[in-house]
Design a protein around this ligand. Structure first.
Ligand code: FAD
Length: 368
């Protein structure tokens, strides 16, 4: 490895691939054992499936929480791991994991972030979520300029002519929100039925009747371009006609689909898009690479958040053993252990988690 790469890489005890509920809880379990983590997710927000697929649905099977929404669960996890100040790197996919000769790992993301990690924990769920893209010629060239799969800043669309594609909650929510500020909004959905909340659909119809938005039942057939700029779309409507709709921005909300993606190229044994692990350490076939949550596989595996939490606890001990072989780790209770309370920042002394692992080990070696 070149000296430049070493200089740029963030040195850490562990990189966690995936900031779903299980990846988040892994930060906590590592933190209790005095280990630092960097958390990476391809999505721009934490929470994995909970945030992307069912944020407002109630969950009833989290121990000691009789009911909470998926969004609340993620908020609580975020609060619980705050004392450990894990680095959070969102909106970037982990593209490469390579084991070095010294046993550590070089990890890289799609945005060029680099990590030098003692261990890698894959909490990638069903894979990294990708937007369902518009498959008409030329669409890729406009992505990020005139074609958008996500709204980063609603102000960007103020006073503009917009076409929105989709019939789910995101499509309807943005139609209602942007109708307030855009110059024009046309919602295009291929069916008369919508998957969005009935109240949103009702409001959309009311806006349409008031002439504030337009709504077409049909599918985009092709783009209308002029000098390289996107000017409109041709929509094949259900009555068999093709209508040209002019626009400045095309927003597409067709949902997300999971893709195992680059994880398949890291030299790991795979079984039907999952990663086999042992049930004592949750280690993969590559020593130092662990897999927890929905992405792993072992006899009796159940894809539940609860199972992922248990796996995270045991993995933390396994990672600690991997990083400091032979060093005894005593099981301690958060209720009574001053060391754990110090790490949690609830004891009287300040937490020691910001002392680099190597420095801590040296300090210990130097102690009488
Ligand atoms: P995920 O939540 O899938 O998160 C994985 C994350 O990894 C994603 O954010 C993804 O973007 C990221 N990722 C993947 N690959 C990469 C990469 N290469 N680079 C960067 N990031 C990457 N479970 C329960 O226990 N109780 C319930 O009531 C319940 N209800 C559910 C309801 C629905 C509708 C659904 C769909 C699931 C439900 N589940 C429930 C299942 C539960 O959501 C999953 O078990 C849980 O989300 C798994 O967590 P995870 O952290 O392993 O993975």
């Amino acid at each position: 490895m070149s000296p430049e790469r070493t200089k740029l890489a963030t040195v850490t005890d562990a990189v966690i691939v995936g900031a779903g509920p299980v990846g988040l809880f892994q930060v906590f379990e590592l933190g209790l054992l005095g280990l630092r983590a960097e958390l990476i997710d391809s999505l721009p927000v934490i929470g994995g499936q909970c945030t992307e697929l069912y944020p407002d649905k109630p969950i009833y099977d989290i121990p000691a929480i009789p009911v909470c929404t998926a969004r609340e669960l993620i908020e609580r996890l975020a609060e619980q791991i705050r004392p450990f100040s894990a680095g959070l790197h969102l909106g970037q996919e982990v593209t490469s994991v390579q084991k070095r000769e010294d046993g550590r790992f070089d990890v890289e993301t799609s945005r060029g972030a680099r990590f030098d990690a003692g261990a890698v924990i894959i909490a990638g769920g069903v894979g990294s979520f990708q937007p369902r893209r518009l498959a008409v010629p030329g669409a890729d060239a406009h992505e990020g300029t005139a074609i958008h799969y996500r709204v980063k800043d609603a102000e960007h669309f103020r006073g503009r002519d917009l076409v929105i594609l989709g019939g789910g909650d995101s499509a309807l929510d943005w139609t209602l929100a942007l109708a307030e500020t855009a110059h024009s909004v046309v919602l295009v959905h291929r069916r008369p039925e919508f998957r969005a909340a009935p109240a949103s659909v009702e409001r959309m119809h009311a806006l349409r009747e008031a002439g504030r938005i337009d709504h077409l039942e049909g599918q985009v057939q092709s783009l209308i371009e002029d000098g390289g700029a996107l000017r409109g779309v041709r929509v094949a409507t259900r009555d068999g006609l093709t209508r040209s709709v002019s626009l400045e921005h095309l927003l597409i909300f067709w949902g997300l689909h999971p893709k195992l993606g680059p994880i398949a190229n890291w030299g790991l044994t795979l079984h039907r898009k999952t990663i086999p692990v042992d049930t004592a350490r949750f280690q993969t076939n590559v020593p130092g690479v662990f897999a927890i949550g929905d992405i792993n596989d072992y006899p009796g595996k159940k894809k539940l958040i609860l199972s992922g939490f248990h796996e995270a606890a045991l993995t933390a001990f396994a990672v600690r053993e991997h990083l400091r072989p032979g060093e005894k780790v005593h099981l301690q209770y958060t209720t009574t252990s001053p060391v754990l309370q110090k790490r949690l920042g609830v004891g009287t002394a300040s937490p020691d988690h910001d002392v680099p692992d190597a420095a801590r080990t040296q300090a210990k070696a130097a102690a009488p």
